[in-house]
Design a protein around this ligand. Structure first.
Ligand code: HSE
Length: 436
């Protein structure tokens, strides 16, 4: 039985540095749990000059990832470089050379996961990707193992800390979207180009991965509906509070008969639902199973050490499997390969929800009746109406919430309403979730 598991790290950025720190900080403890030492033999990165604030023997640094991919001593490769290329090629080559892989790369796994999982299955090596969703939150292992007795019915997740930080700032401190974004960038929560986080791409990758594990289905990532948070205004935050809701960027996956309802969009969630109270950069994932009922996992979704905690946790699990000969005891995708299906994705136009509609209208008699008439003609029933005081030039905010309606009818009605001369700017709408 080997007493050392040898590891190579590709990508010495924020999380890579966290992995080195974690192994240095907790190496002895890990050895006590594992019965073997995890030895970091090589680190590859294009930049091996920058001081990352962590001590490493310079002889283990290389700019050439091939030194890791082709090293016969290395058992596990940690890929933390991010992006599609050359991360995909490196992972496939590592697998081909018989190495297990640990990655935090949600974009790659959401797009090329099937190819990577199948290559690993064919070679009998493992893929750990716990760090790709929810940082330190153990959601992947929990779905695959602890919830394996259940038919999972739905997943609701706040899985992007950047967007949640911005929405929390807007809600708690009355900041506009742009100011909250600048603050998030100043504090290092948001990237210089924040598109991926605030427009929903990152959440879409994460919910696609979770849906695959929960429902045993392939999810073509380009078919996941996404809407970001950049159009939300202080008026929306204010009205949400008045109605007893908070606005969160929610990643949703639900089983709807034989089809999959999967989408990412800002959602008004009732304050009675605990997920509405998850603030700042924290992530939360609420899962409903037919035996377990609802369970919510909460924790740090990003950051150097929290994400490294998940990465090293995967290395430990894979090491245990190597040491005991139990490789792939748990299928990487939760379901056996032959049982993975392709559920059709429910078209967005067919989803049903309650809605929040925010109009800016001229303040004159007959406006409300025109709007409500068009809603009625489209089979949309009004739940409540609020009109705020006059604003300069931009019209009066008029807010209507609806009873359950079909998205197609909402879109048709708004297209018609927005052509009216009483409408001062394009109408904005949000979907409401009362409970998980
Ligand atoms: N960019 C992500 C977030 C963290 O803001 O939550 C990495 O998945």
């Amino acid at each position: 039985m080997p007493k050392t598991i040898t590891v190579g790290l590709i990508g010495f950025g924020t999380i890579g540095t966290g992995v080195v720190k974690t192994l240095q900080m907790n190496g002895e403890l890990i050895t006590k749990r594992l019965g073997a030492e995890i030895r970091l033999k090589k680190i590859a990165d294009l930049d091996i000059e920058t001081d990352r604030g962590v001590k490493v023997d310079p002889s283990i640094l290389t700019t050439n990832a091939e030194e890791i991919l082709n090293d016969p001593e290395i058992d596990v490769i940690i890929e933390l470089m991010g992006g599609y290329h050359p991360a995909r090629e490196f992972i496939l080559k590592g697998i081909e050379n018989g190495k297990s892989i640990v990655t935090a790369n949600k974009a790659l796994m959401a797009k090329h996961g099937e190819e990577i999982f199948e290559a690993a299955e064919a070679k009998g090596v493992s893929i750990g990707f716990e760090a790709s969703v929810g940082g330190a939150i153990p959601v992947i292992r929990t779905i695959k193992e602890d919830f394996a007795a259940n038919e999972i019915l739905s997943i609701f997740g706040i899985v992007n800390g950047t967007a949640n930080y911005i929405l929390s700032k807007m809600s708690d401190q009355g900041e506009d979207f742009q100011d909250a974004l600048k603050e998030a960038q100043r504090l290092g929560f948001a990237e210089a180009d924040p598109t991926f986080d605030i427009e929903g791409h990152d959440s879409a990758h994460k919910i696609a991965l979770l849906a695959t594990l929960a429902f045993g289905t392939r999810v073509p990532i380009d078919d996941v509906y996404m809407e970001g948070i950049s159009k939300i205004t202080q008026d929306d935050i204010h009205f949400a509070k008045q109605f007893g809701y908070r606005i969160k960027l929610l990643a949703i996956a639900k089983q709807c008969g034989d089809s999959l309802d999967i989408r990412v969009h800002p959602t008004m969630i009732s304050v009675d639902n605990p997920i509405s109270n998850i603030n700042g950069a924290t992530n939360a994932i609420e899962i409903l199973g037919n035996a377990m009922e609802t369970s919510m996992l909460v924790g740090e979704g990003a950051g150097s050490l929290p994400t490294a905690s998940a990465v090293v946790g995967d290395v430990i699990e894979i090491s245990r499997n190597i040491l005991t000969g139990g490789q792939n005891r748990v299928p990487a995708r939760s379901f056996l390969k032959e049982n993975i299906r392709t559920m059709p994705i429910k078209p967005m136009e067919e989803i049903e929800s309650e809605y929040y509609l925010r109009f800016y209208v001229v303040d004159r008699p007959g406006v409300l009746s025109k709007i409500s008439g068009i809603l009625g003609n489209n089979n949309i029933s009004i739940g409540s109406v609020i009109q705020k005081e006059q604003k300069e030039n931009s019209g009066v905010p008029l807010v209507i919430t609806t009873h359950t309606a079909m998205e197609r009818n909402i879109r048709n009605a708004l297209a018609e309403i927005d052509k009216l001369d009483i409408i001062k700017k394009e109408t904005f709408y949000l979907r409401l979730e009362k409970e998980g």
